[in-house]
Design a binder for this molecule. Structure first.
Ligand code: GDP
Ligand code: MG
Length: 610
């Protein structure tokens, strides 16, 4: 049994060290699942006195008003005989208190450290361990007393705040409630019982304690309550007699007080028949036994809660990613890894693992051919325009056989029309690539936590894409220009030659200037341009893919890498500037995970040792 309560004690301490007070965070909390004993009751009902007499030591602050303003988690550790009795605070590790009056002073000061002298309350507990051969292993929680009105200097809300804090402890299904009621007041108005009923209607985990039996009016007694006739609880009521204020002032020591308490019950005409089931010592044993059975019943539940929470936290940690490295080499490595991850996603978009790359071939298969078809070449090669261009090219001397100059001009001006669709293809692909970069950054899981690096990668990629676009534009335009700078002579040689048409030069000359002549020229040019169009329809995509798509797959971040190599540690750290809330969340999760892992080890150890 000692090992079980010891286990709970260790887990409770770990909870406080790691900031798990239950309730106040979105993380799973172990604190809430642990069994404990909380003391509740009205102010001056004798809570601190009961705690002290269970411990057998005089160490709690007292006074009128709200003395206890932070929860006090009091862990009693039974030691071997001969070990010096001492106390330790969790917030003062390795400092042993052997003078218990100094413990009281420290509790007061530690309370004020958090709440100020303002009489405010705080839900952050003070942890105090007492090591003594004279105690049973037990964890007790002293809470501020229930009050009806705020005193000078306190906000009105304090009444409600105290009640809420008390509820937050006793609400836990595995908290035993020590409900303290003074016997010299009307028990029907007991705040302690009222509050306990709220959270434990069946009374299974409530222990009624009647204090101040010695102060009852002469001729009255509390037998109706103690013998379960008036306020029946599942567990038996226990009556105690603590030291009066006069005893305290006279420094009556604890052991003497206990002795007197025993005598009180043994010799009382009213209570002597109940003597073996009364008093502080009996109460301590009763609690310890009950706690043991509670813990035994709770262990499997706690163990599975721990396992579940570890799984959850590990999943979240994996999602949050590793903490950012601190040394320059590791930072550079991390950045490169993140960039590679982004490049991988980007390539997948282009190569077909992810959607989006197909939009490029839509440009080539539909948009480009449609744009080529829509070119106003018919209008450009209309009879009227052909006539105009040819006569302008001829100048003062009309052409003799074929209008060589006119052909050239018509061809060149027609080919020029292809510049539009060529540029449009370059731009269309550029915007698709840009969009894919944006999407890829969003889809790179590892990058999610680094907004600065995201922005830098986006900027570097867009800059590279812009360079590719310029290069691609130059290349495609050059291809168009190449089509007009050297014509395929073959094509015209294969056309039927007009000179061979008739033997008569006069009729030839008449024919030369007829509409049919110009129409033929127009249609010759048109069919040559058709051939050029067919060629460009095939070669523009090749140029675009070569200059933009292939290049972005191979060298998108090359410039960025070069710049990265020149950066100093501070600049690298800036790139890895992760969202502050993520850093905090990771720290919190890591701490909580550490708690659960050590709790699991503790539980394993206890379970295996039987
Ligand atoms: P708390 O405010 O509930 O913690 O109450 P305390 O334990 O500080 O007790 C308030 C006052 O009642 C102190 O002066 C105690 O000495 C006195 N007191 C508590 N219990 C008893 C008791 O059983 N008998 C007598 N005579 N006085 C008691
Ligand atoms: Mg008190």
């Amino acid at each position: 049994m000692d090992s079980l309560i010891g286990l709970v004690n260790r887990i409770q301490r770990a909870c406080t060290v790691l900031g798990d007070h239950g309730g106040d965070s979105a993380l799973p909390t172990l604190w809430e699942a642990l069994p404990s004993v909380a003391v509740v009751g009205g102010q001056s009902s004798g809570k601190s006195s009961v705690l002290e007499s269970i411990v057998g030591r005089d160490f709690l602050p007292r006074g009128s008003g709200i003395v206890t303003r932070r929860p006090l988690v009091l862990q009693l550790h039974k030691t071997e005989d001969g070990v010096q009795e001492h106390a330790e605070f969790l917030h003062l590790p390795r400092k042993r208190f052997t003078d218990f009056s100094k413990v009281r002073v420290e509790i007061e000061e530690e309370t004020d450290r958090l709440t100020g002298k303002s009489k405010q309350i705080s839900h952050v507990p003070i942890h105090l361990s007492i090591y003594s051969p004279n105690v049973v292993n037990l964890t007790l929680i002293d809470l501020p007393g229930l009050t009806k009105v705020a005193i000078e200097g306190q906000p009105e809300s304090i009444v409600q705040e105290i009640e809420n804090m008390i509820y937050s402890y006793i609400e836990k299904p595995n908290c035993l409630i020590l409900a303290i009621t003074p016997a010299n007041q009307d028990i029907a108005t007991s705040d302690a019982i009222k509050v306990a009923r709220q959270v434990d209607p069946t009374g299974e985990r409530t222990f009624g304690v009647l204090t101040k039996l010695d102060l009852m009016d002469k001729g009255t007694n509390a037998l109706d309550v103690l013998e379960d006739r008036s306020y029946r609880l599942r567990n038996p009521w226990v009556g105690v007699v603590n030291r009066s204020q006069a005893d305290i002032n006279r420094n009556i020591d604890m052991l003497a007080a206990r002795q007197r308490e025993c005598e009180f019950f043994a010799t009382s005409p009213d209570y002597s028949h109940l003597a073996s089931k009364m008093g502080s010592e009996y109460l301590a044993r009763l609690l310890s036994k009950h706690l043991e059975s509670v813990i035994r019943a709770q262990i499997p539940g706690i163990a599975s809660l721990i396992t579940r929470s570890i799984d959850e936290l590990e999943a979240e940690m994996a999602h949050l990613g590793r903490p950012v490295a601190v040394d320059v080499g590791a930072q550079l490595y991390t950045i490169l890894e993140l960039c590679r991850a982004f490049e991988r996603v980007f390539k997948e978009h282009l190569d077909g693992g992810r959607p989006g790359g197909n939009r490029i071939h839509i440009v080539f298969d539909y948009q480009l051919p449609a744009a080529l078809r829509k070119l106003p070449l018919d209008r450009h090669l209309s009879l009227q325009n052909v006539k105009r261009v040819i006569s302008e090219a001829d100048g003062y001397q009309p052409h003799l056989i074929a209008p060589e100059q006119g052909y050239r001009r018509l061809l060149e001006s027609s080919v020029n029309y292809f510049k539009g669709p060529a540029q449009a293809s370059v731009d269309a692909v550029h915007f698709i690539l840009k969009e894919l970069v944006r999407k890829s950054i969003g889809e790179t899981e590892e990058l999610r936590r680094f907004p600065t690096l995201q922005a830098e990668i986006a900027a570097a990629s867009n800059e590279a894409l812009e360079r590719f676009r310029q290069d691609s534009k130059k290349t495609t335009l050059r291809m168009v220009e190449m089509e007009s700078s050297y014509l395929t002579v073959e094509f015209f040689r294969k056309l039927p030659q007009e000179v061979e048409k008739g033997g008569n030069p006069t009729s030839q000359s008449a024919d030369r200037y007829s509409d049919g002549h110009f129409q033929r020229i127009g249609s010759n040019v048109l069919s040559y341009i058709g051939m050029v169009s067919e060629t460009l329809r095939n070669t523009i995509p090749k140029a675009v893919v070569h200059c933009q798509v292939r290049e972005s797959k191979r060298t998108l971040l090359d410039h960025f890498y070069v710049q990265l190599g020149k950066k100093e540690g501070r600049q690298l750290a800036q790139l890895l500037d992760e969202d502050y809330t993520l850093t905090e969340r990771r720290k919190l999760c890591a701490k909580r995970l550490q708690l659960y892992r050590s709790a699991r080890n503790e539980i394993d150890a206890v379970c295996w040792s039987g």
